[in-house]
Design a binder for this molecule. Structure first.
Ligand code: FAD
Ligand code: NAD
Length: 475
């Protein structure tokens, strides 16, 4: 095989593999290098997202939701199920099967698009050269690219004094693979991972306590939504301590002892297992040779401009290892955009309309600005909202918690943000993303026919409410 490529992608996560496929579709001779090794000891492209992130977490969220429904919700439908049991190894095996299917699918897609795949670690050298150390410890391979795309992703942040041990004190990888339901689970950080994986084990019967340093719950979300969500999650049995800064943790007699400091001073908590989910940091270990010329930011991200170009011409970087939200869909869209720019096509991404989703039950999803951000920016806005408790489909399905809140410019009526707490919020937000991409007004969503009975009618009603003409709620 020739060692010269138009595009070499280092990293095969949702940023890297998507960039590689799009580059190949555009007729560019493309290689993709990924270091991840699956549980079967083989290459497992798909990155954090497919292997130990988005997909396995959503698989366990779904399994645990079934278990919860059987125990708590079926009786109201007149369905009696006695003695429901959870078989954790079977649940984990199903999750691993879903991961295998998807990562195998990515391998097939790369092959089908004639992307040359290398299982190993890639290092950028000077002169657009990439050196690969194969995962099977074979001889190093050297490739040359006209363009290199760095897509090396991110890893969990470790708190000083709280070392991961892979069994008692774990990150997302460990919490996706517990072999039984821990009686008690401590979670440091009530962010996205803490809430999602905390919900999984809470539904399966663990007593889950989240210790969050900030005084505010889900500080990135709109306050009306985070307030409702906090109430709801506490009702579900999650114990959430805000303003609790973790100082240290250690394992004693098979239990994890955690020392925290809050307004009342220092306390200790004891848990069977501890999940640390205090954020992720860009991963660039072993990626860059000292003289390759690629600059990093103070935060350790690969420094890129708006078009994802690094400080070295011909070297690009995308996904979690660069600025912006650490989200799979953001990484993938950057991958597509960079491949298209390399092929000489116009491409850009509207970061303002990247949707956010937290896959709790109910889900939290939003796009655009929060009310707090609009206030801070001095923008004159109007709001509309609609509770799912007044939506027929939500009641029929037993999903009456939550609401849709819409924010629009007071003068032009352009939609500036939509915030949803409710069943299928992850799907409902897409309509709002489309509306905002087209610089739509709340009047546009108010005039569009929404099927009845659907949850999407709550979005429709929130848009109507902005103009004081919601039909199914008092204005
Ligand atoms: P990654 O997916 O991290 O992929 C990088 C790949 O590059 C890895 O396979 C790594 O092994 C490889 N690599 C690194 N260095 C080298 C090298 N030198 N040579 C070769 N290979 C290398 N996001 C969402 O949008 N929705 C979700 O529901 C969601 N859920 C998540 C749940 C969890 C538990 C976690 C941890 C994350 C979740 N995320 C979610 C975030 C999402 O996983 C990331 O934003 C996304 O994976 C970033 O994609 P990426 O391609 O930039 O990096
Ligand atoms: P996060 O940033 O969502 O939450 C981390 C939380 O930990 C914050 O609330 C922070 O205040 C708190 N914290 C930090 N230090 C602390 C300390 N010493 N003691 C107590 N609390 C502390 O990070 P995460 O949950 O680890 O997730 C990482 C990233 O992965 C997310 O930002 C997101 O980009 C991505 N992710 C996305 C999804 C999704 O899209 N559904 C799901 C999981 C992860």
């Amino acid at each position: 095989m020739s060692d010269k490529f138009d595009v070499i992608v280092i990293g095969g996560g949702p940023g890297g593999y998507v960039a590689a496929i799009r580059a190949a579709q555009l007729g560019l001779k493309t290689a993709c290098i990924d270091a991840f090794t699956g549980k079967d000891g083989k290459a497992s492209p798909g990155g954090t997202c497919l292997n130990v992130g988005c997909i396995p977490s959503k698989t366990l969220l779904d399994s645990s939701k079934h278990f919860h429904h059987v125990q708590h919700d079926y009786a109201a439908h007149g369905i009696t199920v006695s003695d429901a049991q959870i078989d954790v190894p079977q649940m984990i095996a199903r999750k691993d099967g879903v991961v295998r299917k998807l990562t195998g699918g990515v391998s097939q897609l790369l092959k089908g698009n004639k992307v040359s795949f290398f299982h190993g670690t890639g290092k950028l050298k000077t002169g657009l050269e990439v050196e690969i150390t194969p995962a099977d410890e074979g001889d190093t391979i050297s490739l040359h690219g006209k363009n290199i795309i760095l897509a090396s992703g991110s890893v969990p942040i470790e708190i000083p004094g709280v070392p991961f041990d892979g069994e008692y004190i774990v990150d997302n990888v460990g919490a996706l693979d517990f072999d039984h339901v821990p009686d008690t689970l401590g979670v440091i950080g009530a962010g996205v991972i803490g809430l999602e994986l905390g919900s999984v084990w809470n539904r399966l019967g663990s007593k889950v306590t989240l210790l969050e340093a900030l005084p505010d719950f889900l500080a990135l979300a709109d306050k009306d939504i985070s307030k409702q969500a906090l109430r709801e999650f506490k009702k579900q049995g999650l114990e959430i301590h805000l303003g609790s800064m973790v100082k240290s943790a250690g394992v004693e007699d098979g239990k994890v002892k955690v020392t925290i400091e809050d307004a009342k001073g220092e306390h200790q908590h004891t848990f069977e297992r501890l999940l640390v989910s205090v954020g992720r940091k860009p991963y660039t270990d072993g990626l860059l040779s000292e003289d390759c010329g690629v600059k990093l930011t103070e935060k350790g991200q690969i420094d890129v401009n708006e078009q994802s170009q690094t400080s070295v011409p011909g070297v690009w970087a995308i996904g979690d290892c660069v600025r912006g939200p650490m989200l799979a869909h953001k990484a993938s869209e950057e991958g597509v955009a960079v491949a298209e720019l390399i092929a000489g096509k116009p491409a850009n991404i509207h970061f303002d309309t990247v949707p956010w989703v937290v896959y709790t039950d109910p889900e939290i999803a939003w796009v655009g600005k929060t009310e707090q951000e609009l206030q801070a920016a001095g923008i004159d806005y109007k709001t509309g909202s609609f509770p799912f408790a007044a939506n027929g489909r939500a009641l029929a399905g037993g999903h009456s918690s939550g609401m849709v809140k819409m924010l629009a410019d007071a003068e032009t009526d352009e939609i500036l943000g939509v915030h949803i707490f409710g069943a299928n919020a992850s799907e409902l937000v897409s309509e709002c993303v489309v509306a905002m991409e087209f610089q739509g007004a709340s009047e546009d969503l108010a005039r569009i026919v929404h099927a009845h009975p659907t949850l999407s009618e709550a979005v429709h009603e929130a848009a109507l409410h902005l103009d004081g003409r919601a039909i199914h709620r008092g204005n």
